[in-house]
Write a protein that binds this ligand. Structure first.
Ligand code: FA5
Length: 341
């Protein structure tokens, strides 16, 4: 017999035993259920135990574990029911006040929500406040002001989620400007700088959207945390320190980060940020010194202020902390996953 069908038999046994125990109305009925399911000589669990020998060597640990689990759980349910039935019944106006109350199942925050709250708390300790921006953006904030000109490949409609109505409007030459789901939280840098003078020290956390091919570390909707610091005399060394302190605050002192030279139109110089994962490195974000063209686009004077910016993938941090092997678990809505956080 295959381990699959042995597991199915154990599942069926557990379901039937639990139902019988739950519905036993007095000590006699409960004892009958005990003999039927757990009886040492002719009980159904004993019969199942006889079948365990048919599992192959590889299947044995799995089947054995499930067998022990079922045995413990049914045993515990039996004892709990015995305690309930042994209690003196005290009725008040037809109501048995000794019955335990029914408890509502408790929900909890999604692991990504928990991560985001913790990110905000850590960055708050470094003096960064939280800014927000819309998920539906115009091309100025998603591209133009970030030094990404109209002919840049990053603006290709196939690389972005443009809204259909806007596409039609653009094709017909109507005046309604194209809109898209933001592809990065860097949009919020622009919005903050447009509305406030320097110095600036903010983070922005939220969803971003890209038509990427989905695999274990890529999703088409994911979360980023953007950071922006603008002040006189900001340096790349400060950027690296903030990122290292942040990564260690969230993941522990043993995590290392490294910079690799890279290119982003809105930072110069630009780096890709990796963090250690065992003997491997996982890319977690991009960063760099804010490009003077970006400062000019929002009306700042690049001769007066400089700044650094970074954008981190939130899922990747959470995956590293809890050793989650696949990004798709976050959106799978599987309670076996969610209830672990
Ligand atoms: C950016 O999005 C830049 N805006 C980051 C930046 C901000 C650079 C400020 C400089 C200054 P990038 O495309 O590399 O960069 O994405 C940043 C991070 O988002 C990646 O390192 C990764 O952790 C995460 N990420 C990117 N694409 C995906 C995806 N499809 N699924 C999950 N995470 C992703």
């Amino acid at each position: 017999m295959s381990s699959g069908s042995l597991i199915e038999l154990l599942d069926a046994f557990e379901g039937a035993a639990m139902a019988a125990i739950e519905s036993a109305g007095d000590a006699g009925a409960l004892e009958a259920a005990r003999i039927e399911f757990l009886g040492a000589r002719q009980g159904r669990l004993r019969d199942l135990q006889g079948l365990l020998g048919q599992a192959t060597k590889e299947e044995k640990p799995l089947v054995g574990r499930r067998f022990n689990e079922v045995k413990t759980r049914v045993g515990a349910a039996l004892e709990a029911r015995q305690r309930v039935l042994a209690r003196p019944v005290r009725k008040v106006g037809g109501l048995d006040v000794t019955l335990p109350g029914s408890r509502d199942p408790q929900g909890r925050r999604h692991p990504l929500t928990q991560t985001i709250l913790e990110f905000k708390e850590i960055m708050g300790r470094f003096g960064f406040s939280v800014a927000d921006g819309p998920e539906v953006e115009d091309e100025w904030h998603n591209f133009e002001a970030l030094n990404i000109p109209a002919d840049h490949p990053a603006r290709d409609p196939l690389e972005n989620f443009y809204l259909a109505a806007a596409q039609v409007a653009a094709r017909d030459g109507s005046s309604s400007p194209p809109r898209l789901l933001r592809s990065q939280t860097s949009t919020v840098q622009i919005r903050v700088m447009e509305s406030s003078p320097p110095p600036i020290r903010i983070i922005s956390v939220g969803r971003v959207y890209r038509p990427d091919t989905i695999d274990a570390t890529h999703s088409c909707m994911f979360h980023q945390m953007e950071g922006l610091l603008i002040a006189a005399g900001t340096t790349m060394a400060q950027l690296k320190t903030v990122l290292r302190l942040f990564a260690r605050a969230y993941l522990g002192q043993d995590v290392s980060i490294r910079f690799r030279p890279s290119f982003f139109p809105f930072t110069e110089p630009s780096v890709e940020v990796d963090m250690s994962w065992g003997s491997r490195w996982l890319e977690i974000g991009g960063a760099g010194m804010v490009d003077p063209n970006v400062l000019r686009a929002v009306g700042y004077d690049p001769d007066q202020v400089t700044g650094f910016a970074f954008g981190l993938g939130i899922e990747r941090f959470c995956m590293r902390r809890y050793s989650i092997p696949d990004i798709r678990y976050f959106t799978g809505n599987d309670l076996r996953f969610l209830s672990q956080f």
